[in-house]
Design a protein around this ligand. Structure first.
Ligand code: SF4
Length: 255
């Protein structure tokens, strides 16, 4: 049943750093109102069922890359794309991935906004210059060519950029180029046989995380404010809420 949250709500009177996740930064970018309702008022969006198939693919890819991490070897797909990187070994990697209880990913304090920013990475590679390379796994099923051009995939780009910003802030040299590994499930096979077949590809992305610090300052300003931001005009959910409230009201008035 839906209930207002009582924990992890921003308190404007507190001087303690407030923790904010990569996905909450994304929520703010999409709609400051939804972000405010969630983080300041404890009214988060209703939950959706977990993407278990995507998680299964993520785990399988992590296992595959972990085997090579131990040996310090390059993955054959990375070889095929002539990418200069091997899986990065670091004792904190399980924490950065959220595999250790009580750790919420890579975590760093932004002193200017007094926000602790955390992000759960899928993988980190290292190039031959010693720079860390941010990597995210994506599962899909499409007959279209895989690209990063769709409007909704701009969030993928911001995801990589937040990771780049976090790891730079943690003191690591970070490559501007991040990578998405796409696992594309083929859907035009004549028979299922209880098996999914994936076409694997890698797309590079040249990130620019300069926007992150400014956005964190905007977020802090919004959280300190008592004014609830306006809704995003193009959002169908708020339009649905308003329309349904209007219709229910008019029906009640007729009774
Ligand atoms: S406009 Fe959409 S995203 Fe914004 S508060 Fe309403 S439901 Fe949330």
């Amino acid at each position: 049943m839906y209930a207002k949250r009582s924990r992890n709500i921003f308190d404007p009177k507190s001087k303690e750093p407030f923790q904010i996740s990569r996905s909450k930064i994304e929520l703010y970018t999409n709609c400051p109102r939804c972000f405010y309702m969630d983080v300041r008022l404890g009214l988060s969006r209703p939950s959706t069922p977990p993407y278990t198939l995507n998680s299964a693919v993520d785990n399988l890819l992590k296992n595959e890359f972990d085997l090579l991490r131990k040996k310090g070897e390059k993955h054959e797909l990375v070889e095929k794309y002539a990418i200069d990187a091997i899986p990065f070994s670091h004792p904190d990697l399980p924490k950065w991935r959220g595999e250790v209880t009580a750790y919420v990913g890579a975590l760093v304090l932004d002193e200017k906004s007094n926000l602790m920013v955390n992000g759960l990475v899928d993988d980190v590679w290292q190039d031959s210059q010693g720079n860390l390379v941010m990597v995210d796994y994506k599962s899909t099923s499409t007959s279209k060519e895989i690209s990063l051009n769709d409007e909704w995939k701009q969030s993928y780009k911001r995801q990589i950029e937040v990771y780049q910003w976090i790891f730079h802030k943690l003191g690591f040299p970070v490559s501007k180029t991040g990578y998405f590994i796409f696992a594309n499930a083929r859907k035009n096979l004549p028979k299922f046989d209880g098996k999914l077949e994936f076409e694997m590809s890698i797309l590079p992305y040249e990130g620019n995380p300069d926007w992150v610090e400014l956005t964190l300052l905007e977020i802090r300003e919004l959280l300190n404010s008592d004014a609830i931001p306006a809704q995003a005009p193009e959002c169908e959910y708020c339009a649905y809420k308003q329309k349904s409230a209007q219709i229910v009201k008019s029906i009640k008035e007729k009774l």
